[in-house]
Design a protein around this ligand. Structure first.
Ligand code: NAP
Ligand code: G3H
Length: 475
C-alpha cells in the first residue's frame, strides 16, 4: 500500500475522512495519498491557527528567525530526499527539483535575516501648518494575522516557501494549501517546519482539490491575507472573493523576448531557448513569444532551431530538458494551440510529435497576430516567433497582451533598451537575458492580468504587514 500523507494541524499529523491518490505524471506510479479536507477540518485548522497567533506575534524577530534558520538547515540536509519526491510528483528534472529545495532554503534564510532588520520610523509634523509642528508619529509594522498561502504545481516547494517564510517572520501564522498535484511535496515542506520546532498552530496545511474546497478556504472570515500563485482565472476569482481583505496574486504571463537587429544573436538565442523550454515551458516567466526585427529573423530562427534540436526529451529522473506535461488537459491545450498555428499558416521549424502527455519542443516562425499562439499562455514547450518591422511594432504587440509579467530586450544599444523598458507594460524587463523571477530579493510582480501586489522577500514582508502609527503632541 502506498504511503498515506497527513496534514499538519495544530502541531499534529491528521488524516481526513476522504483522501486523494497522487500519481506521477511521467510514469503513472502511485506516489501516495493526501487527505481531502472537509469544511469542518478547515474550520479546525483556522481556529487553531488563530489561537496560536498572539504568542507567535509576541516573540521577538530574533526568536522567530531562529526557527526559520533551523528550517533552512533541514531543507538543505533533506534537499535530495524532498527533491526526489518533488521530481516525480510534478515531472520536473531531478537536478532542478533539488535546486528548487535549496533555493527555498535560501529564501527562508534571507527572510529570517530581513526580518531582524525590520524597523519602524518616526515622522515629524510641521509640513502643512505651524500647529502640526508639535505632532510626532511613531510608525511601526504589524502582522496581519492568518495568511492563507496557495501555491501552484510548478514550484510546489519554492512558491510555498517564498510565501511562508516572510509571513512567519513578520509574526503571522500560515495555512498552506498546496496544489493537489504537488501536495505531497507541500506536506514534506510542512515536515521541515514541524521538525524546526514551530509552536503548534503557527504553520498548518490544507489539502484537497481547489475546485472543491477553494472557495470555502478563501471566503472564510478567519483569513486575513491571501497569498496566491497560479492561473489568472483562479486568481481573478480569489480577488473577487477576497472583498476588502488584502491579497497578493501572482498569475499567468505571455513574456516577450524582443530581439533588435543589432543584438548578439547567439546570446539571444541561448537565453530564448533556455527561457522558453526550461521545465518544458511550465514557468510563469517562460519566454512565451519572440518578437524579432525582420532583418535578422532568418538568422535568429536558424540559431534557435539548432538549439531546440539539441534539447533532450525524456523523463525527470534522466534530467531531460523536456518531460511530460503535468496532465492530459495541459497537453491537450498545448496541442490545440499548435494545431491552430498550423492551420493558420505558421511555419513549423521542428517536428510536431506527442506521446501521451509528452510534447516534443516545437518552434514556429512567421506566427501572426490572428493565431492563438500569439496571445495565449501555452504552459508547454512551444515557442512562436513573430517577425516585426520596427521597434515600435514590437512594443505595440507586446503591450497588446492581456498579461504583463515580464519581457526581455536583446540589443547592444543601452539607451534604446532603457527607452523600450520604460514603454513595456510589465513588472520587470530583463536586458540581454531571459525572463525569470529573482534573484529572490528583487521585486517580482505582474501588471494587468499577471497579478496584483509585489513579491520578493522584503516586499512580501511589507505586503503581509500593515502600518500602524501612534501620534502624539510634544510641548
Ligand atoms: P491553478 O490551477 O490556478 O492552481 C493554483 C493553485 O490554486 C492550486 O493550489 C490549486 O489547487 C488552487 N486552486 C484551484 N482552484 C481554486 C479555487 N477556486 N480557490 C482557491 N484555490 C484554488 O494554477 P496551476 O495550474 O497550478 O499553475 C499554473 C499557472 O500558474 C500558470 O498560469 C502560471 O503562469 C501561473 N503561475 C504564475 C506564477 C507567478 O508568479 N506569476 C508562478 C507560477 C505559476 P488544486 O491543485 O487543488 O486545483
Ligand atoms: O512559474 C513561475 C515562477 O515564479 C518562475 O520562477 O523564473 O525562477 O523559474 P523562475
Amino acid at each position: 500500500m502506498s504511503k498515506q500523507y497527513k496534514n499538519l494541524v495544530n502541531g499534529e499529523w491528521k488524516l481526513s475522512d476522504n483522501d486523494i491518490k497522487i500519481y506521477a505524471p511521467a510514469t503513472g506510479e502511485e506516489l501516495g495519498s493526501v487527505p481531502a479536507m472537509s469544511q469542518e477540518d478547515v474550520d479546525y485548522v483556522y481556529e487553531t491557527a488563530r489561537a496560536a497567533q498572539p504568542a507567535w506575534r509576541a516573540l521577538s524577530y530574533v526568536e522567530r528567525a531562529a526557527y526559520l534558520h533551523k528550517a533552512a538547515d533541514i531543507l538543505v540536509r533533506d534537499a535530495e530526499k524532498i527533491g526526489a519526491v518533488l521530481s516525480k510528483e510534478v515531472a520536473k528534472g531531478y537536478k532542478a527539483a533539488v535546486s528548487e529545495v535549496i533555493r527555498t532554503a535560501e529564501i527562508v534564510r534571507y527572510a529570517a535575516e530581513e526580518g531582524v532588520r525590520m524597523e519602524g520610523e518616526v515622522l515629524e509634523g510641521g509640513s502643512f501648518d505651524a500647529a502640526s509642528k508639535k505632532k510626532i508619529a511613531i510608525v511601526r509594522r504589524e502582522p496581519l494575522g492568518l495568511v492563507l498561502a496557495i501555491s501552484p504545481f510548478n514550484y510546489p516547494v519554492n512558491l510555498a516557501g517564498s510565501k511562508i517564510a516572510p509571513a512567519l517572520i513578520s509574526g503571522n501564522v500560515v495555512a498552506l494549501k498546496p496544489p493537489t498535484q504537488g501536495s505531497i511535496s507541500g506536506l514534506l515542506l510542512a515536515e521541515v517546519f514541524a521538525e524546526a520546532g514551530l509552536p503548534a498552530g503557527v504553520f498548518s496545511t490544507i489539502t484537497g482539490r481547489g475546485s472543491v474546497i477553494g472557495d470555502y478556504i478563501v471566503e472564510h472570515e478567519a483569513v486575513n491575507f491571501i497569498n496566491f500563485t497560479g492561473s489568472t482565472p483562479v486568481g481573478e476569482r480569489i480577488g473577487k472573493m477576497a472583498g476588502m481583505r488584502p491579497i497578493m496574486l501572482e498569475l499567468g504571463g505571455k513574456d516577450s523576448a524582443i530581439v533588435l537587429k543589432d543584438a548578439d544573436l547567439e546570446k539571444a538565442a541561448k537565453n530564448i531557448v533556455d527561457g522558453a523550454f526550461g521545465y518544458s515551458g511550465q514557468r510563469c516567466t517562460a519566454v512565451k513569444r519572440v518578437l524579432v526585427q525582420e532583418e535578422v529573423a532568418d538568422e535568429l530562427v536558424e540559431i534557435i532551431r539548432e538549439k531546440v534540436l539539441k534539447l533532450t526529451i525524456g523523463n525527470p529522473e534522466d534530467n531531460a530538458d523536456i518531460t511530460p506535461l503535468i496532465d492530459t488537459g495541459a497537453a491537450d491545450f498545448v496541442e490545440g494551440l499548435i494545431n491552430d498555428a498550423v492551420e493558420k499558416g505558421a511555419e513549423v521549424k521542428t517536428e510536431i510529435k506527442r506521446e501521451g502527455n509528452l510534447i516534443c519542443p516545437v518552434l514556429f516562425d512567421k506566427v501572426t497576430t490572428d493565431m492563438k499562439l500569439a496571445w495565449e499562455e501555452p504552459f508547454g514547450p512551444v515557442l512562436p516567433v513573430i517577425r516585426v518591422k520596427s521597434v515600435e511594432e514590437a512594443i505595440e504587440i507586446s503591450n497588446q497582451s492581456e498579461y504583463g509579467l515580464q519581457a526581455s530586450v536583446f540589443t547592444n544599444d543601452f539607451p534604446l533598451a532603457f527607452s523600450i523598458a520604460e514603454q513595456l507594460e510589465v513588472g520587470t524587463v530583463h536586458i540581454n537575458n531571459k525572463t525569470q523571477r529573482g534573484t529572490d530579493n528583487f521585486p517580482f510582480l505582474g501588471a494587468k492580468k499577471s497579478g496584483a501586489g509585489v513579491q520578493g522577500v522584503k516586499y512580501s514582508i511589507e505586503a503581509m504587514t500593515s502600518v500602524k502609527s501612534v501620534v502624539f503632541d510634544i510641548k
